[in-house]
Design a protein around this ligand. Structure first.
Ligand code: NAD
Length: 495
């Protein structure tokens, strides 16, 4: 078991944790609070001030003031990048603290937080800081009879609402391009996992980010998130979460004509042809399914397997899943932690029941996992189902370690099955025949098609969804910086 760092215990002892508005730590106006729990034990981890409409107003006003008066938007990109690099360096320096906070709040294995979530967040800040330095903010336009140019200027207040599965990483994906472009941000973390965003504000202060440039207002979805999305003072919205909430956020932004970026759910397919190395691919699928306890929007949850290898692949996967070490996030031997909340556990178990009622056959039953030392935790076992493509477990996002296996005979059949989804976030195709693999990768309708790999994220490669998985430009690509810069033409007719 990883020993809890003194800094983490001290951080958790501060009750209630406050809102960070205009560079100050403040209580919520109505004094509301909520609790965040350790998913590994079910016990309360921290008590947090709950933002509501009045706090959203204060945060947006503080951000507006910072946009007008802090000098942040007008700073040369280089100077802003220096501050963002300093912030990234502080994330690296505090990596162990942030990783423990993230592991405790989400339940994820500490090795994943240390090796992926936290360093990737720092890299994202650096990537957009560096990109902004090399971005031309004033482009001359060659047009007869006019002197003309296009300016690229920041929008103003950007609202960022994030979910609970990768709280720190998604915070960085949301704010990095916005801040590097010269905008200011109001962030609403998820109520299940607000802690790393709160800790981050201490680092932002240390890095010298001007007051009001980053505001963090934890709170519940309805009062806080909805109020932020509908606030007339915001100029851009970035929302990562479920399609249901995404719709209401988009409607609120539509009413105010605010551009919105939606990063929503998924139901990723992995198409497996019969020329694969079954052992290797089984390992890769198990990693994908159990990553973050299956609470990954783009992961492979529909496994489309060519008929001749289906039984062998399933047996191989089952053996590995049965051997998986399920446990507490801070235990070093844990390969898969709990799901984030009792609600999420009920959701996963509920889908297993509904799938069975609709006629799915059970290849591996899944269900509740008993961890004797951590009785109150929200642990589930991985499950494998099979059956017709109409089954609810083949159609809807479960957001847990549950895969639905379907067989196919031909390439056309595989593509057809992969595309029988309202979602369009990410799929993968597995084959030694790269010509076929590319053909299938291009025919599957989604924002991302991976070949012989699943869950590939890289700065510089755009990542986003289509259809029910969202719209608005995605993240991680270089053009995301331009999503946070509005064009403005300046023209003078010359005779
Ligand atoms: P959610 O939609 O319930 O909540 C997301 C955030 O929205 C939370 O901060 C929540 O408090 C807030 N919220 C809730 N109601 C709101 C409202 N009416 N107005 C504004 N904000 C509101 O999603 P979740 O359960 O936290 O996260 C899981 C979902 O997120 C899954 O569907 C998953 O696929 C998706 N997700 C997508 C990506 C991506 O990059 N495409 C990444 C991670 C998660």
């Amino acid at each position: 078991m990883t020993t809890l760092l003194g800094e983490v215990s001290d951080f958790l002892a501060s009750r209630p944790m406050k809102l960070f508005i205009g560079g100050r730590w403040v209580d919520a106006v109505r004094k509301g609070r909520f609790e965040t729990r350790d998913p590994g034990t079910g016990k309360v981890l921290a008590e947090v001030a709950a933002a509501e409409q009045e706090d959203v107003n204060r945060a947006v006003e503080a951000a507006q003031q910072a946009f007008k008066k802090s000098g942040w938007p007008a700073l040369p990109a280089n100077d802003r990048a220096v501050v963002l690099h300093r912030l990234a360096d502080l994330i690296d320096k505090h990596q162990d603290i942030l990783a423990q906070i993230e592991s405790l709040d989400v339940g994820k294995p500490i090795a994943q937080a240390v090796g992926f979530d936290i360093p990737f967040a720092a890299q994202t800040l650096r990537y957009y800081a560096d990109l902004s330095v090399h971005t031309r903010r004033r482009e001359p336009i060659a047009v007869s009879g006019h002197e003309a140019y296009t300016l690229r200027v920041p929008y103003g207040v950007c609202a960022v609402v994030v979910p609970w599965n990768f709280p720190f990483l998604l915070l960085s994906w949301g704010i990095s391009p916005a801040l590097a472009a010269g905008n200011v941000a109001v962030v609403k973390p998820a109520e299940d996992t607000p802690l790393s965003a709160i800790y981050f504000c201490h680092l932002a202060q240390q890095a010298g980010v001007p007051d009001g440039v980053i505001n963090v207002i934890p709170g519940l979805g309805e009062p806080a998130g909805a109020a932020l999305a509908a606030h007339p003072g915001i100029r851009r919205m970035s929302f990562t979460g479920s399609p249901e909430v995404g719709r209401s956020v988009a409607a609120a932004c539509g009413a105010n004509l605010v551009p919105v970026k939606l990063e929503l759910g998924g139901k990723g397919a992995a198409v497996l042809f019969d020329d694969i190395d079954i052992d290797q691919t089984a390992s890769a699928l198990v990693s994908a399914l159990t990553l973050n306890t299956g609470q990954v929007c783009c992961t492979a949850t529909r496994w489309l397997v060519q008929e001749s290898i289906s039984d062998q692949l399933v047996e191989c996967v089952k053996t590995r899943l049965e051997d998986l070490h399920i446990g507490y996030g801070l235990s070093l031997e844990t390969e898969m932690g709990p799901v984030v909340s009792a609600k999420q556990k009920d959701r996963v178990l509920g889908y297993l029941r509904r799938g069975a009622v609709e006629g799915a056959s059970v290849l591996l039953p899944g269900g509740e996992a008993e961890i004797p030392e951590f009785k109150g935790g929200f642990y589930v076992k991985p499950a494998l189902l099979t059956g017709p493509p109409e089954n609810v477990c083949a159609q809807e996002e479960i957001f847990g370690p549950v895969a639905y296996v379907m067989r196919f005979r031909t390439e056309d059949e595989a593509v057809d099955l992969a595309n029988r989804s309202f979602y369009g976030l990410a799929n993968s195709v597995w084959s030694k025949n790269l010509e076929r693999a590319h053909r299938v990768a291009e025919a599957m309708v989604a924002g991302n098609s991976w070949i012989n790999a699943h869950n590939v994220f890289n700065l510089g490669i755009p990542y986003g969804g289509t259809n029910l998985s969202g719209f608005g430009g995605g993240v991680l690509g270089p053009e995301t910086l331009f999503d946070y810069l509005r064009p403005q033409s300046v023209v003078r007719p010359v005779s």
